[in-house]
Design a protein around this ligand. Structure first.
Ligand code: 5AD
Ligand code: SF4
Length: 448
């Protein structure tokens, strides 16, 4: 079959915010090279599946997703590229399992997407680029000049991870930590602000490990972005509890632009399991840091990730997790059944918690987390909060939607010409489903 010219594309994304952000970067690059987003995957000339390998389920999903287009590929010459963590990790071997792929593009290849695409277009498939970044070539993708960000935009400040938690594939896939120089971050924030963005979300596997070549640390980076004053709000994700320094808690307490939300993965509340996980803290240290945050940063939202059924986890260990979760009262959480990842240290331990037991522990944990989440929402009601307005509310055309400083979505009916991009003072009245609803007020009552 003659080569079909690649004019349109469709990207399917699995996994974390890092992947979401990489997909957005790919979208910008493709648009700046003259391609158009397709209305649907089936109509696209090129489908990119941006995959996640953090657990077995998303990995299988991504591969079966890439396999769905075999007919279009054969009959219409559609091109299919597998990107992201599965691509990076399995490289060439994937072609044995999935010969229906035209390109394999690792996590650090985003910057080289146009070259990869030219080769795919020329029929030189399967094309493989799984080169990893290193200190001298960290492969950060600069924003394209035509990029139109939303009110909130993400900025990658560091990538990779040096922690090697025993269950986690990320250090093997995303490589060692590399930080983007502060001057580049400030230039990117400036460019985003110029294009209408009011809030930046600083992204990294472990933002507290940030250190730019001049020796600047994460708390100092927050200060530098604050001093630049280009945006109203600064957020960040994710933070590792062992590296949560007093200077970061202090920065959150003192810098007004830094919002009161922190994502701190607990993973387990059992000291024995935390040791096996190689997390570098015990439950007492986690509690101490989380409670210090609650005290020093009023209204802070603490969210987390938890794994149940790690090798050898007993009922007692699981009870310890429930206890720590209750004491901290997480505002929101993601929870997972342990899933062995090939090549990790934990994969050499017997996966000995039976599946029904994992399922039962997950259900018990999720019941508790959902109750704590409801309490957290209820605490926001009856108070006035500053909302950064992001968009029209879904299914309520007369209402606007935005987020509190602690990252909760609030819908409200605007009173006085308030528009997307404005900061509005909203008295939160009630919870409908999982969304808060409120009324805009002319003057702030209590700043939150
Ligand atoms: N099994 C289950 N959950 C995992 N996570 C990472 N690796 C695994 C695994 N092997 C979870 C952790 C992490 C989140 C992104 O995914 O909770 O914080
Ligand atoms: Fe994985 Fe641990 Fe690194 Fe997070 S800190 S990415 S859980 S190894």
């Amino acid at each position: 079959m003659s080569q079909r010219k690649i004019k349109t594309f469709f990207i399917r994304t699995f996994g974390c915010q890092m992947n979401e952000h990489d997909s957005q970067r790919m979208r910008n690059l493709l648009v700046s090279h003259g391609l158009r987003p397709a209305e649907s995957d089936r109509e696209a000339d090129l489908v990119i599946v941006n995959s996640c390998s953090v657990r077995a389920k998303p990995e299988h999903k991504a591969l079966s997703e890439a396999g769905r287009y075999q007919r279009e590929r054969q009959n219409q010459g559609m091109k299919v590229v597998l990107a992201g963590c599965v691509a990076q990790q399995s490289g060439k071997q994937i072609l044995r399992k999935a010969p229906y792929i035209d390109g394999i593009m690792g996590t650090d290849a985003v910057v080289r997407l146009p070259q990869l695409l030219a080769q795919v277009q020329a029929g030189k498939g399967p094309v493989i680029d799984v080169r990893e970044h290193d200190e001298s070539n960290p492969c950060f993708v600069p924003p394209t000049p035509t990029y139109k960000p939303g009110i909130s935009a993400q900025v990658t400040i560091m990538k990779g991870c040096n922690n090697f938690c025993s269950y986690c594939i990320v250090p093997y896939v995303r490589g060692r930590e590399a930080s983007k120089p502060c001057a580049d971050i400030l230039a990117e924030v400036e460019q985003l602000a110029h294009a209408g963005c009011r809030e930046v979300f600083l992204l990294g596997q472990n933002v507290n490990s940030y250190h730019d070549p001049s020796g600047m640390n994460f708390a100092q980076l927050l200060q530098a972005i604050d001093q630049q004053a280009a945006v109203d709000r600064i957020r960040f994700i994710s933070s590792h509890p062992k590296d949560l320094s007093p200077s970061l808690t202090d920065a959150m307490a003192k810098i007004d632009r830094v919002c009161e939300h922190i994502h701190l993965g607990l993973q387990s509340g059992s000291d024995r399991i935390l040791r096996l996980m190689n997390r570098g803290y015990d439950a007492g240290q986690f509690l101490e840091k989380a409670l210090a945050l609650r005290e020093q940063v009023p209204g802070v939202s603490i969210t987390t990730d938890i794994i149940v059924g790690f090798p050898s986890e007993t009922d007692r260990d699981f009870q310890d997790t429930l206890e720590v979760v209750s004491k901290i009262g997480f505002d929101q959480a993601f929870s997972f059944k342990y899933s062995p990842r090939p090549g990790t240290a934990a994969a050499r331990m017997p996966d000995d918690v039976a599946e029904p037991c994992k399922a039962e522990r997950l259900a018990t944990l999720q019941d508790l987390l959902s109750k704590l989440g409801d309490d957290s929402l209820a605490r926001l009601c009856g108070r006035s909060h500053t909302i950064l307005v992001e968009k029209q509310a879904a299914r309520s055309p007369e209402a606007l939607s935005g987020r509190t400083r602690c990252n909760r979505v609030v819908n409200f009916e605007p009173q006085s010409g308030t528009q997307v991009g404005f900061l509005a003072q909203v008295a939160i009245a009630e919870v409908r489903g999982h969304t808060l609803w409120g009324k805009e007020e002319p003057e702030p009552l209590l700043r939150s």
